[in-house]
Design a protein around this ligand. Sequence first.
Ligand SMILES: Nc1ncnc2c1ncn2[C@@H]1O[C@H](COP(=O)(O)OP(=O)(O)OP(=O)(O)O)[C@@H](O)[C@H]1O
Ligand SMILES: [Mg+2]
Length: 259
Amino acid sequence: MKYVLEIENVSKFFNGLVAIDDLTIKVKPGQIYGIIGPNGAGKTTLFNCVTGIYTPEKGKIKYKGEDITGMSADKIAQRGVLRTFQNIRLFHEMSVAENIVAGCHTKSQQKWYHSIIHTPFQKADELKQWKKVEELMKFFNLSQFAETPTKDLPYGAQRKVEMARALAAEPELLILDEPAAGLNENETIELTGMIRKISEMGIGIMMIEHDMEMVMSLTDYITVINFGKEISQGEPSFVQDDPRVIEAYIGSDDEDEDE
Ligand SMILES: Nc1ncnc2c1ncn2[C@@H]1O[C@H](COP(=O)(O)OP(=O)(O)OP(=O)(O)O)[C@@H](O)[C@H]1O
Ligand SMILES: [Mg+2]
């Protein structure tokens, strides 16, 4: 499998206004792919198209070669595309461990009748799940918070719980919408290391991030979006020095689109 995700000429409109304009992006397994651009550029909208929250009006989205364009968000998650949100979404009254267990259910082998008759199959499945949850808590340094309701956690820890929950579903593509937003410098460094390790497991990662230092040091490849359109694509070193990118970030009245 060459690409875990192929976004081909995708466009999305809201009330006739273009939010995503003919984007093509291909993510390889184990690759960390950055999506950057000014506020309102269409980054989250793109992620919403990939995860089935929106259906694009034009173009095609393929996951592991399968066309998932217009498929429901549930089905896309079951296939192995998992995400975190720009504004953290957790079950705030539930503990860290319970939140992560909830993530396992996307992938659970259980049938409805197993939970009624409590088969040995269900017991084995549950045991496996708890082991996975323990491992994930260890990986994210969350073990000491296992029983803590997530609403009582510091913000940085909440971000990690959300990521752990997504990983519990055993994704092959992990989609992160501003994972470092609201984190301090040390937390950002910790998270950067964790994201790198996740990619080393072979999981493709697509992330939106405004922290340029993090993006430039962590990602393998970047697409820069402005007004829904690609303005640059390439390795971090290329994108960083691209005059079109610098112009978009500084903001220019000049609509110079000769290149
Ligand atoms: N459900 C919607 N209905 C109408 N317009 C929308 C909807 N969702 C997003 N938009 C518009 O689409 C454009 C892109 O928004 P989007 O949230 O994708 O930007 P973004 O790049 O994620 O920005 P930020 O960096 O601020 O998160 C904006 O103009 C936004 O107002
Ligand atoms: Mg956004």
